[in-house]
Design a binder for this molecule. Structure first.
Ligand SMILES: *Cc1c(COP(=O)(O)O)cnc(C)c1O
Length: 399
């Protein structure tokens, strides 16, 4: 039995064994270059084509609209770059305050280079006000980039509602769908986006591979230039094994979504949430309960430090995360929780549990057994914890 209780699936996921098997030949026998004239290499191009078709099917795209990249980060960088190049005269870019660093930091760099950048706020539940966003748009706006689902809280933005309104104003629309793909239905046609990013290692595929969807007819400029790979949209010899693995992961994601695997994940997540609320006082659940990924639970334990909780969970082999993996190591509370106005005392004690289709009932039981005494012990040590604090959990009230 695996001793590790892995509840950090928004950071990365286990490679599905079937994905690994699909990849193996491309490291061993079939190491050819798909651009080669000889059949040994050239035959690999057919495997890449199948992988491209599988990813396209997962998101409702055509295969020509799929560009393989090195991951979600590169896809996001490429989309922003392409939008800027498409409108050289426009100097305004819009996004939200709760984006992943792979969008946030791209925008911040552009702000330093002189672009006007708008970070649209969210409310206490992490929801975006559509009309506030639309009110920011003007003739100088080149791009709106909004994540489909938040990696820290799981909050889902109504992309299908917003994207058409943005595009009807002649502005390009990109969505970072890295956390949404595979967990909820994502269809580029229904959503009407110009660009969409996804990542292999968030859907039980390998690390270091991702996709940028580029709508047919959308003006495009590559970020990485060199050879003619990916029809000139992303140079560099294809990461064949990883692309084949991502293709297999996309097939499996589609099947698992259709067979209701994430309904089971949602039940497990809800049982974890309910169990925590029943066993531990002064708990706040972060993120809109009405529009949240089925696998994510972000919970604040008042008057304790998230890092301390993680260390103690780690001693029991339980993997979770505080804030986002990319901001851990700093003592600042996450920019996402700050944007939501989560009180300082609670934001510091926030833990993200993120489940997957490999999560078991036993793993949830284990957390519910181990966590309450950890919180009780840490609170005993906290100078801010009052013994007479109310012995019931409360919802976080949006400000
Ligand atoms: C993980 C993640 C990324 C980055 O993807 P990589 O493939 O790790 O570069 C981007 N956006 C979101 C929302 C993510 O969760």
């Amino acid at each position: 039995m695996n001793p590790v209780v892995y509840l950090d699936n928004n950071a990365t996921t286990r490679v599905d064994p079937a994905v690994f098997e699909a990849m193996r030949p491309f490291f061993v026998e079939r190491y050819g270059n798909p651009s080669s004239m000889h059949a040994f290499g050239g035959s690999v191009a057919a495997d890449l084509r199948r992988a491209r078709e599988a990813v396209a099917r997962l998101i409702g795209a055509s295969p020509e609209e799929i560009v393989f990249t090195s991951g979600g980060t590169e896809s996001n960088n490429t989309a922003v770059h392409a939008a800027i190049e498409a409108f050289p005269g426009r100097r305004h870019l819009v996004t939200s305050r709760v984006e992943h660093p792979a969008v946030k930091n791209v925008y911040e760099r552009l702000a330093r280079k002189g672009y006007r950048v708008t970070f649209v706020p969210v409310d206490g539940r992490g929801r975006l006000d559509r009309d506030v966003l639309l009110g920011q748009l003007g003739p100088d706006t080149a791009l709106v980039s909004l994540m489909w689902a938040n990696n820290e809280t799981g909050v889902i933005f109504p992309i299908e509602e917003i994207a058409p309104l943005v595009r009807s104003r002649g502005i390009l629309f990109h969505t970072d769908a890295v956390q949404a793909v595979g967990k909820i239905p994502v269809d580029v046609e229904r959503a009407g986006v110009d660009f969409l990013s996804l990542s292999g290692h968030k859907i039980h595929g390998p690390k270091g591979v991702g996709v940028l969807y580029v709508r047919r007819g959308t003006s495009f400029a590559p970020l990485i230039v060199g050879g003619h790979q990916e029809r000139g949209r992303r140079a560099g010899t294809e990461n064949t094994a990883a692309i084949v693995g991502l293709g297999r992961a996309a097939e499996l994601a589609r099947e698992e979504l259709a067979s209701g695997a994430y309904d089971r994940v949602r039940l497990l997540r809800d049982r974890l949430e309910q169990g925590i609320r029943e066993r531990i006082p002064n708990v706040l659940v972060n993120g809109d309960p009405a529009a949240r990924l089925p696998n994510t639970l972000n919970v604040s334990f008042e008057y304790v430090e998230g890092e301390a909780i993680l260390l103690m969970l780690n001693e029991h082999g339980i993997c979770a995360s505080s804030g986002s993996a990319c901001t851990s190591g700093s003592l600042e509370p996450s920019h996402v929780l700050r944007a939501m106005g989560v009180p300082f005392t609670a934001a510091h004690g926030s833990i993200r549990f993120s489940l997957s289709r490999f999560t078991t009932d036993q793993e949830i039981d284990r957390v519910l057994e181990v966590l309450p005494p950890i919180i009780a012990r840490l609170r005993e040590l906290s100078p801010f914890w009052k013994k007479e604090a109310p012995a019931c959990s409360r919802e976080f009230q949006p400000v």
